[in-house]
Design a protein around this ligand. Structure first.
Ligand SMILES: [Zn+2]
Length: 243
């Protein structure tokens, strides 16, 4: 194995089955420094953990073995799944995050993300569209791993997926307003992709949040929660890939 063991006590004692592992969820640590982050993820009192942690220098730590349920996702939804801890492997990537000068992921980290993702993809036959960000599954609470996460690069290596639209063409659609029919279509597309908008109160506000989560992942240059023609085109193109 290419990882270093550094166990965390924060996991469910009951073992799960290999077939329960369906998703990979990426996070950033969001703490001022790496040592602090590792301490937190391995501290009994914190009640949080993940399966892996990728350090700034690209070193990969195993905190919880894959067949145990780590505590990384919290309240979360994706398609028909709820509380994704039981069905996912959590990967934390060292980065101070938006609270402490969010920075670009290092080359070494990106190579480590790729190596680990490929390994898990093969081992558990994870579908391309089941590689997710924490913000995809908990959009009202989380914005990690954030808009600097290399989704586009990873998709070229068959980890996750990305649209195949021409960037120049897309740029012309940026900020062009959509009508009600198009908004509805976009909302439906997001639902098919997996984003859920189950909420009792303030559906409009919640939808804006989901739209931002979508942008943070697929239109990383502008995150404003407004459905423009570019967002609609991207969602249409992604749907074709899901079929
Ligand atoms: Zn997270």
């Amino acid at each position: 194995m290419f990882t270093t063991l550094n166990y965390s006590p924060n996991f469910d004692l009951k073992k799960r089955k290999i077939k329960d592992i369906k998703f990979i969820v990426f996070h950033y640590t969001g703490m001022k420094n790496e040592k602090q982050a590792i301490r937190k993820l391995t501290d009994t009192n914190s009640k949080v953990s993940s399966h892996y942690l990728i350090k700034n220098n690209g070193e990969i730590l195993t905190l919880v073995p894959d067949l145990y349920i780590a505590w990384h996702a919290g309240i979360s939804h994706w398609k028909k799944y709820k509380s994704l801890n039981k069905n996912s492997i959590g990967i934390e990537i060292s980065n101070p995050g938006h609270d402490f000068k969010y920075k670009k992921f290092s080359k070494k980290q990106i190579l480590a993300i790729l190596k680990l993702s490929r390994f898990l993809f093969k081992k558990y036959k994870i579908k391309a569209n089941n590689f997710l960000g924490h913000s995809d599954i908990a959009p009202d609470r989380k914005i990690d791993p954030g808009e600097k996460f290399p989704w586009k690069y990873l998709s070229k290596k068959k980890i996750g997926y990305w649209h195949s639209l021409n960037n120049q063409k897309l740029l012309k659609e940026r900020s062009l307003s959509t009508n009600n029919y198009e908004k509805m279509k976009f909302s439906r597309n997001l639902h098919i992709i997996g984003y859920t908008n189950k909420t009792k109160k303030n559906k409009k506000k919640y939808f804006k949040i989901i739209c931002s989560a979508f942008q943070r992942r697929y239109r990383q240059e502008l995150i404003n929660g407004i459905i423009d023609k570019e967002c609609l085109s991207i969602s249409e193109n992604l749907l074709k890939k899901l079929k």
